[in-house]
Design a protein around this ligand. Structure first.
Ligand SMILES: O=C(O)CCC(=O)C(=O)O
Ligand SMILES: [Fe+2]
Length: 333
């Protein structure tokens, strides 16, 4: 799947993001940890180099994952709708459910969500497309978990978080959470009413994102302009979500992002894979409006907001997690 280059016709710049070498983080290299903290406190978005031994199966498996996704999403809509489980943690969502990237549009992406706990328990509720590739899904989720939890540990150390409040203490294996692997396809045969993926900040703690295709943009906290995130072979993107920002006392930044079509008439579907590491559902934190809220409630409120009209979304701070205000004020570390 060659990356599409039509973004070059657009006026937006390509974002300069830090690159963190996962192998160096695992080895507790201080210089790498400093780079990590600085990236998390400023852009809240960075590349992670996965070529080291411990996580390289993720890049080896990436292509197989896209193939499994094509197989799944190529099925007729009525077959996929049988996997719609009416939750935001599991199963299928068709395009057009949430607000899209253009005013008054709906979104143009379909998703299959595969929760970490169901894969771990080999649940009979998993779609057959997932059950067909048990090793692929199991490995992809456990390696994604290793990468994201290693980053959480490095951040707890670097920010000298109290032992009881270390970020990992809010992501224990035995507690319920909404951690899930999300497979996304942006169909090429777009209707004019369904466009891209609306601007937002992520709900959870960390997102580990894979895509070989252009389309992702971040709102640069420096220039306040939309910039393209270039796909890079053997690297994934990591970004901080609302939950980790709230947990860190807003020392870490989440970043507004969106997905836009690179051309008016796309010739290929766009595929991306996101591992959403989310905290324990019972965790309490303060939202941007100062309300004490549980992680589960924030998750549910945010998904409800994704489905609201653009007009309604602009009436509160849920969609952007308060980052529209924070980016104007500058982030204090
Ligand atoms: O598809 C992408 O590249 C990004 C998706 C995303 O931002 C999300 O699902 O939260
Ligand atoms: Fe996102």
């Amino acid at each position: 799947m060659p990356p599409s280059m039509q973004h070059e016709q657009s006026n937006s710049k390509v974002a300069h993001l830090e690159t963190i070498d996962f192998a160096k983080l695992l080895a507790h290299e201080e210089a790498e940890i400093s780079k990590l903290v600085s990236a998390c406190a400023t852009a809240g978005f960075f590349y992670v180099d996965l070529r080291g031994q411990s996580a390289r199966t993720l890049i080896e498996d990436e292509e197989s994952m896209y193939q499994a996704m094509a197989e799944y999403f190529d099925q007729p809509l009525d077959v996929k709708m049988k996997d719609d489980r009416g939750t935001h943690k599991h199963g299928y969502k068709p395009p057009g459910v949430f607000a899209g990237v253009k005013e008054n549009s709906k979104d143009n992406y379909e998703t299959l969500k595969v929760a970490r706990d169901e894969v771990g328990a080999n649940s009979p509720l998993l779609p057959s497309a997932v059950k067909r590739y048990p090793r692929l899904f199991d490995d992809f989720i456990s390696k994604s978990h290793l990468v994201t939890m290693t980053i959480m540990r490095s951040l707890s150390n670097a920010l000298c978080v109290d032992p009881a409040d270390r970020f990992e203490q809010h992501h224990r294996d035995e507690a319920d959470s909404n951690t899930t692997l999300v497979l996304l396809r942006y169909p090429k045969d777009v209707s004019s009413t369904c466009v891209g993926h609306n601007q937002h900040t992520d709900i959870g703690s960390l997102t580990l994102l894979f895509s070989k295709q252009w389309g992702l943009q971040i709102l640069s906290p420096e220039t306040h302009e939309w910039e393209w995130v270039a796909p890079r072979p053997a690297h994934a993107i990591i970004n901080i979500g609302d939950s980790l920002r709230f947990l860190s006392g807003k020392r870490l930044a989440s970043c507004m992002h969106r997905v836009v079509p690179t051309t008016e008439t796309p010739t290929e579907h766009r595929y991306s894979v996101a591992y959403f590491l989310r905290p324990e559902n019972d965790l309490k934190y303060e939202d941007p409006e100062g309300r004490a809220i549980s992680a589960q409630q924030w998750h549910d409120d945010k998904y409800r907001t994704f489905a609201d009209s653009h007009e309604k979304q602009a009436t509160n701070s849920i969609l952007l997690g308060g980052m529209d205000v924070a980016s104007r004020e500058g982030i204090v570390v």
